[in-house]
Design a protein around this ligand. Structure first.
Ligand code: TRP
Ligand code: SF4
Length: 405
């Protein structure tokens, strides 16, 4: 572990604008973002360059999807007052960092990322044998590292990308964090903390380095955190010195695994555009109702009088997301005894989904009617993000020896 705890409050996540958002995004990602924005310093962005890695032949969907996606975020409760919302391509420092990282990233690291071969297999219709697609996870690393984000909320499928980011950061710090006279500077920094704290720091460092004492590492970091008398440079150096490596320029992030969304698709598989089993956040109530009415149920309930088994029915999975215990008990009992029909059973789900979506669509209305509101939110977010990114890119240029000052 090589991450700097000061940065742990910064959370970053992105979403690719490749089509309409659906209930899977809402329950799997957006509700989580809405929660996180109250606790952390959050950055959420539209990963338009990432969308281009797979949609380069027909990029026409990207721009409209990007704006619609931001409206859907806002409708879901993501708040520009609490989080910074921006477009990846409006912060070109992501691209510069990506380029610089590409110089020192071994090809094998990218070829071994599981999503690389998987996606090529899965998306046979697209030619993903491109340089850009191979670099997809490294661009993601740049997204994360340019803000020195500590936490990255992602689903299971993205954990490998955060893992790669950690390895890339470690390699970068190893290559460029070793300044001349590092040790001497670190020792001077320790002495600036005052006698008592200096002694404590040395003791904790020793316990960590000699016994691998993780708790000592934690305490030492907290100690550094609380120091008022030493410069930021000294602090960074001393974080690095704890682990012996050198200065930490790019801290290693951690993934914040979102609990697997229980949101099923209309056929009981995971809700996903590629399975054609989605309810879009922008679907009309009439469309939603029709989709739910015609969705499959337990196949053994052929006639109304046949008893069924909720565990074999995708509608039951919807009840687990949307219904209270009383309704759930009514479903189980009624289904197994054939006391209720499938249409009766679906009605509470229809009502709940329609209510959830109408509330979101109501909130989306003002943004759809006045797109300048969304443009402004993003323009402001772009600027905030860019200011942060510039700080890091300057450090990075200096570290790799390209600051020309
Ligand atoms: N690859 C992510 C996805 O497909 C999107 C993404 C791009 C991202 N950059 C990121 C997520 C940085 C988290 C952090 O879902
Ligand atoms: Fe599914 Fe409900 Fe029909 Fe049972 S009654 S099969 S749970 S829809």
């Amino acid at each position: 572990m090589n991450s700097v705890p000061t940065q742990h409050q910064r959370v970053l996540s992105g979403m690719r604008p490749t089509g309409q958002l659906h209930l899977g995004h809402y329950h799997g990602v957006l509700k989580n973002w809405v929660e996180l924005q109250h606790t952390y310093d959050c950055l959420f962005f539209v990963a338009d360059w990432h969308a281009l890695t797979t949609h380069y032949e027909d990029p026409s969907v990207i721009e409209q999807s990007s704006w619609d996606m931001v409206v859907d975020w806002l409708a879901a409760g993501v708040s520009p007052g609490s989080a910074t919302l921006f477009m990846q391509s409006k912060v070109p420092e992501h691209a510069e960092l990506h380029l610089l990282l590409s110089m020192m990233t071994p090809l094998g690291w990218l070829e071994r990322v599981p999503s690389y071969k998987d996606q090529q297999e899965r998306l046979k219709s697209m030619d993903l044998g491109t340089y850009g697609f191979l670099g997809y996870p490294l661009l993601q690393s740049a997204d994360i590292l340019i803000y020195k984000a500590g936490l990255v909320p992602v689903g299971e499928d993205q954990v490998a990308h955060v893992e790669l980011t950690r390895e890339v950061a470690r390699r970068f710090n190893h290559l460029y964090g070793r300044e001349k006279g590092f040790e001497k500077k670190a020792e001077d920094g320790i002495n600036k903390m005052g006698k008592k704290n200096a002694k404590l720091y040395r003791k904790l460092r020793k316990s960590y380095q000699e016994q691998g004492d993780q708790e000592a590492l934690g305490v030492a970091r907290a100690l550094l955190e609380s120091q008022q008398n030493i410069s930021l440079g000294d602090k960074e150096r001393l974080f690095g010195y704890l682990e012996g490596s050198g200065r930490i320029i790019l801290p290693e992030p951690q993934s914040l695994l979102t609990k697997a969304s229980k949101m099923p698709g209309l056929d009981g598989q995971k809700m996903s555009k590629s399975y054609g089993n989605t309810i879009a956040l922008r679907d009309d109530p009439a469309v939603v109702e029709k989709k739910l009415r015609t969705m499959p149920t337990d196949p053994s309930r052929v006639r109304r009088t046949d008893p069924g088994e909720p565990e074999k029915c995708p509608v039951w999975q919807f009840h687990q997301v949307y219904s209270d215990e009383t309704t759930q008990a009514w479903v189980c009992e009624g289904c197994r005894t054939a006391a209720i029909g499938c249409i009766d059973c679906k009605q509470p789900v229809i009502d709940a989904v329609v209510k959830e979506l109408s509330e979101m669509q109501e909130r989306a209305k003002e943004y759809n009617e006045d797109p300048s509101l969304v443009r402004e939110i993003i323009a402001e977010g772009n600027e905030t993000a860019r200011d942060m990114a510039i700080v890091t890119i300057k450090e990075v240029r200096k570290a790799v020896g390209l600051s020309y000052r």
